[in-house]
Ligand binder design. Structure first.
Ligand code: ARG
Length: 461
């Protein structure tokens, strides 16, 4: 029957049903290489503590490196009798180093401190890969903003026409949250950079092993401050999961814009053939599947975070087996973002905007009414009155089925004595845009500065 790690105390092996329930190699095998790296570092501190001779540590490391190569080639793989990545690799080590030498490696460590360390190693590496993929989306947005130049579009609130904005301004409004997601992972990494190795099952090791040496060898800034915390906490995993979920939500909001903009009714954007799909029955169809899958996966990414937090809630200290459930949610997030982000970056990079149509629609829906009100304020009219006067302009136009700039000088004067023909200066999209020239505003001069700032931020991350 299966070779369990706790043979001494037990008269029988696990029931098949327990083994089926307990087994995690189907998802934790991706940690095998990190596990071996951790084992090599552990062999080094056993040697430093005098628990392995010079010959023994050399033989141990040699066996571990042969095991690493066999894992990489697929020559060594878990069997159904292996409970988890650690037990499978222990079997592989015993097969290569012999049971006398191989059996010495487990001293002073537990699968509890091992798994807590491996998850951090894996997620720290993945956070760097994913950050690079997110920055590819940012760079695609920045490049599109560059191409868009001073092209205007209808800015919306409540999905209703609000005020004209630059297309570049809107595109960059999607870039900044993604830049913050990358910064979140960088901030998170400082907290994730403590190694639980040496915490043992929960109480630390009695064998004179140096957790700081293992931490340094594994690329951590140092060991955890508390062995119970090191083995029992998963806030580091949950925080990673939050950033992954937030990234998904940020992509989803951009995806929704693309989906809307690609409709016949909006007609703002055309998707590249390589990043859209057809219909098996309707020959005319061109569907925004990349954006829809981003929107769909955002729900899944949030679900992964929610599931993980729910697993952690109410768990007593220290290690509980429930913690084995921490891995699949974040592994799923990594896998989903890994396939989503390149497709998403490609979709964004290949969008073509109908800037003529966007420019034509920018002033519609009375989106320059605020400009009338603010022009009046600059003439000394109180805003309350100015809002009223601009509102009357809109109502007059609506009644007659005309636009604000169609109002004659007499119409304007009849609405308010303050409305001289000079108001026409702001009754254009260009005038409206240029007037919003405070920092962060949509004036072309400010958006050009913003573009440079976004490009610089992305290059620095
Ligand atoms: N496979 C477990 C996990 O993923 C680690 C093993 C700890 N098991 C135990 N019985 N203490 O969390």
């Amino acid at each position: 029957g299966p070779l369990a790690l706790w043979g001494g105390r037990f008269a029988s092996g696990p029931a098949a049903a327990l083994a089926d329930l307990s087994r995690s190699t189907q998802f934790d095998w991706r940690l095998a290489d990190d596990d071996i790296t951790g084992s090599v570092a552990h062999a080094h501190v056993l040697h430093a503590a005098g628990l392995l001779s010079d010959d023994e540590v050399a033989g141990m490391v040699d066996a571990l490196e042969r095991l690493r190569a066999d894992v990489a080639s697929g020559a060594f793989a878990p069997t159904p009798d292996d409970e988890d990545v650690h037990t499978a690799l222990e079997r592989g080590l015993l097969e290569r180093a012999g049971t006398d030498l191989g059996g010495k490696l487990r001293a002073g460590r537990s699968r509890n401190d091992q798994i807590a360390t491996l998850v951090r190693m894996y997620l720290r590496r993945q956070s760097r890969v994913l950050s690079g993929l997110v920055l590819d989306v940012v760079d695609a947005l920045v490049a599109q903003a560059e191409v868009a130049g001073d092209a205007p579009m209808p800015g919306r609130t409540h999905l209703q026409h609000a005020q004209p904005v630059l297309l570049a301004h809107h595109l960059l409004a999607h870039a900044w949250p993604l830049l913050r997601d990358v910064e979140r992972w960088a901030d998170w990494d400082a907290r994730a950079a403590r190694s639980p190795y040496g915490s043992g099952a929960l109480a630390g090791s009695s064998l004179g092993l140096d957790p700081a040496a293992v931490a340094a060898e594994l690329g951590f800034a140092g060991p955890v401050e508390n062995s119970i915390d090191g083995t029992a906490s998963r806030d580091v995993v949950a925080e990673f999961a939050f950033v992954a979920a937030m990234t998904g939500v940020d992509l989803s909001r951009l995806a929704e814009d693309v989906i809307l903009w690609a409709t016949k009714e909006f007609g703002f954007v055309r998707l590249h053939d390589a990043y859209s799909t057809g219909s098996s029955i309707m020959p005319q169809k061109k569907n925004p599947d990349v954006a829809e899958l981003a929107r769909g996966k955002a729900g899944r990414l949030v679900g992964d975070l929610t599931g993980l937090l729910t697993t952690l809630k109410g768990l007593p200290l220290a290690y509980n087996r429930d913690l084995q459930e921490d891995k699949e949610p974040v592994f799923d997030q990594v896998d989903q973002l890994t396939v989503l982000l390149p497709a998403f970056a490609g979709m964004v990079a290949t969008l073509t905007f109908d800037t003529d149509r966007m420019a034509a629609l920018a002033p519609q829906g009375f989106s320059l009414a605020t400009d009338i009100a603010e022009w009046l304020v600059r003439q000394g009219v109180p805003f309350r009155v100015a809002h009223e006067v601009a509102g009357t302009c809109v109502r007059t136009c609506e009644d007659r089925g005309i636009e604000l700039w169609d109002l004659s000088d007499d119409d304007l004067a009849a609405i308010s004595a303050h409305l001289t023909p000079d108001v026409r200066a702001v009754l254009s999209v260009e005038g409206s845009l240029a007037s919003r020239d405070a920092v962060g505003g949509t004036a072309p001069v400010r958006v050009r500065e913003q573009l440079a700032a976004a490009r610089e931020r992305s290059a620095r991350l």
